[in-house]
Write a protein that binds this ligand. Structure first.
Ligand SMILES: [Zn+2]
Ligand SMILES: [Zn+2]
Length: 297
C-alpha cells in the first residue's frame, strides 16, 4: 500500500499542477476571447474534451521525452565544437543570450515546422493540429505527441548544440525562458482575438499572422511562431492587409475520437476528404512532392 502511494503521489501532484495551470490559462483567455472575439464562437465547442486531454499530455510528455535527446545533443556538441566557442557564448550577458536563443530557437522551429508540412510522414502527425476548423487558445496544444516532440526539439536542439542552454545549472534558465515564452505565445497566437498590431505585426507573431498559417486556402505559409520576419527571409510570409482566411482546416478526414487521432498517423496517411478515383491515385504517386504540399494545409 505504501509503495502504491509513493508511486501515486507524484502523479497526483503533477495532475494538480496541470489543473491549476489549465484554470489559470482559461481565466486569462476565455474572458478576452468573449470580449474581443475575432469570430463568434462557442466556449463549449466540438472536441473540447480531446483538447483538454492534449493539454494534460503536453504537460507530462515533453519533459520525459525530450530530456534524454537534449542531454545527448549537449554532450555530443561539447565533443565536436572547441571549448573556446562555448566560453565566448557563456560570456555574452544573460539577456542578450536569451534573445539570441529565442531567435535561434524560432529559426530551428521554422524549419522543423516547414518539414512537418512538406514531409508526408510528418504531416500525418501535424495534420491533427491543423484539423481545427475554429481557432481558440486551446487549439495551441491540440498536437499529436510526435508532432509536439518534433516541433519542440527542432527549436531546442540548435540552442543546446551552440551552448545557449545547458541541461542543469544557470544555463538551464535560457531553455526554461524559451519554454515559458513559447507556451504563452502559443496560446496567444491561436486565440480568437480581433486585435491588430499595426507596424509591429511583421516583428512579433500575432493571432492574425498565425490564422493565415491555419488557412484552408492558401496553404503553407507563416511557419514561425515568434518572429514573422523569419518567414519574410525564407519567402513564406503571407498576410494580406485587411483580409482574414475564409476557412480553417484540412482537405482530409480527421477522426473525432482521441484514440484514432493518436493511433491513425502510425498506420497510414490522412484520408482525403473526397474519394479519389483509382486512376488519379496512380498519377498522384508520380508527383508525390506536389501532393504533399497540397495536402499540407
Ligand atoms: Zn503548421
Ligand atoms: Zn497553430
Amino acid at each position: 500500500m505504501h509503495d502504491l502511494l509513493t508511486w501515486f503521489y507524484p502523479l497526483l501532484l503533477d495532475l494538480t499542477r496541470v489543473g491549476i495551470w489549465f484554470v489559470a490559462v482559461c481565466v486569462i483567455f476565455i474572458p478576452l476571447e468573449r470580449i474581443f472575439a475575432a469570430r463568434k464562437q462557442k466556449v463549449l465547442r466540438k472536441q473540447l474534451g480531446n483538447d483538454c486531454a492534449y493539454f494534460v499530455m503536453s504537460w507530462i510528455l515533453p519533459p520525459v521525452l525530450m530530456a534524454p535527446v537534449l542531454a545527448l545533443v549537449y554532450w555530443v556538441s561539447r565533443g565536436l565544437i572547441p571549448e573556446a566557442f562555448f566560453a565566448a557564448v557563456a560570456a555574452i550577458p544573460f539577456w542578450q543570450r536569451a534573445i539570441l536563443a529565442l531567435i535561434l530557437g524560432d529559426v530551428g522551429y521554422y524549419w522543423g515546422h516547414r518539414a512537418l508540412h512538406t514531409v508526408p510522414l510528418l504531416w500525418r502527425f501535424h495534420s491533427v493540429h491543423h484539423s481545427a476548423e475554429e481557432l481558440d487558445f486551446l487549439i495551441d496544444l491540440r498536437m499529436h505527441p510526435v508532432d509536439m516532440l518534433f516541433g519542440r526539439l527542432s527549436g531546442l536542439i540548435p540552442v543546446y548544440a551552440l551552448g545557449l542552454g545547458a541541461p542543469t545549472g544557470v544555463g538551464s534558465l535560457v531553455p526554461a525562458l524559451i519554454a515559458i515564452t513559447g507556451t504563452l505565445w502559443g496560446f496567444f497566437i491561436h486565440a480568437n482575438l480581433r486585435f491588430r498590431y499595426g507596424p509591429v505585426e511583421w516583428l512579433f507573431g500575432t493571432p492574425p499572422f498565425h490564422r493565415w498559417h491555419h488557412a484552408l486556402r492558401p496553404a503553407n505559409q507563416n511557419y514561425a511562431a515568434l518572429w514573422p520576419w523569419i518567414d519574410m527571409i525564407f519567402g513564406t510570409y503571407y498576410a494580406p492587409k485587411g483580409e482574414s482566411p475564409a476557412a480553417y482546416g484540412i482537405d482530409s478526414v480527421m477522426p473525432e475520437e482521441l484514440s484514432a487521432q493518436l493511433l491513425d498517423p502510425f498506420l497510414g496517411p490522412v484520408r482525403p476528404a473526397v474519394a479519389v478515383p483509382a486512376a488519379s491515385v496512380a498519377s498522384a504517386s508520380a508527383t508525390a512532392g506536389v501532393a504533399a504540399d497540397e495536402r499540407a494545409v
